[in-house]
Write a protein that binds this ligand. Sequence first.
Ligand SMILES: *Cc1c(COP(=O)(O)O)cnc(C)c1O
Length: 395
Amino acid sequence: MCKEYHDLNPHQRILMGPGPSNVDSRVLKAMATPLIGHLDPDFLEIMNETMELLRYVFGTENEMTIAMSGTGSSGMETCLVNLLEPGDKAVVGINGLFGQRMADIIGRCGAELIPVEAEWGKIIEPEDIEEALKNNPGVKLVCIVHAETSTGVRQPLKEIADIAHRFDALLVADTVTSLGGIPVELDKNGVDATYSGTQKCLSCPPGLSPVSFNEKAVKVLENRKSKVQSWYLDLTMIRNYWGKERFYHHTAPISMIYALREALRLVYEEGLEARYKRHLLNGGAFTTGIEAMGLELLVEEEYRLPELIAIKIPEGVEDSFVRSTLLNEFNIEIGGGLGELAGKLWRVGLMGVSSTKKNVYLCLTALESILSRTDFKVERGAAVAAAEEYYKNNS
Ligand SMILES: *Cc1c(COP(=O)(O)O)cnc(C)c1O
């Protein structure tokens, strides 16, 4: 052999981007648990517990609450291909990249797309959804992104759910970046179907997509006239694997389910209220520090996500210099802007395990150090002092 392949040895990074977030060592350890068969009685129990814990985190009684094999986008596709048939109408709120992705999939389903747009960084106004429903009778789905990771916007759900229901449409919500970070509360909010991801606020490696359908959504699935166009994501079959029948459909990714169960167990041990409080506190301290540094945020306070903070890149500062220095000198990963905000935005994630006071101080300090090497004027020490003050007043 002329080439040697060495042991894996990537840098140890502090993951403060838009996902993946850092993973607790308990989750990594769970992944190393010996494999068993995916129809082994022990594994069926593990699946049951995973479903129970998912219902807890989602805030739902929905029986059909399972984990799809695949990342968050597979859950997005699952919701849409199972609920839409060719010719159906779907309203989708587009105020960022993930609304656009839903629109793309809706088109591929052969459904009629009714876009409701808002500027990136703003919420979708409920009145605009109502207007679209008035103008387009017979809409089947209203689709909305709860936590728009491309902009850091938190979209209120309840009002839009009520509007959708008045027009006999179902509400599909993307909860990829909200689950485990801010309250999702499917049942209270009136969400009929949702999909999420494992690598954001659940702090589990990417690879599964938790999905939940309420009874109304299950009815729509059962009343389909045509077959679900995707064999792999067809819930009419997959429900018989996660349900009592336990029919083989595809081999469950055993180790990933171990990981998800452990990540959910960590959420359960911390408690949802405490977890939301932690995300709010660290997000609040971080944004206070960023503003004290003289930087501007994209989203107004009321609709800001505590787990994903979008910072406008100041005039004259080079995006790639700052992000590569953060990575190379401090081992901190943050995200850049996507789509129309590429080069204009930094996106800092404080998700799950990554949402700590230590990371807040570290990232503020590192950013300050790097910015002081550019033309941007920073007052040294102001950011950490402001964050400290915030912690003092809010803990
Ligand atoms: C990350 C993300 C997705 C896609 O998830 P993948 O795991 O990358 O497939 C979808 N929606 C939102 C809001 C996200 O943040």
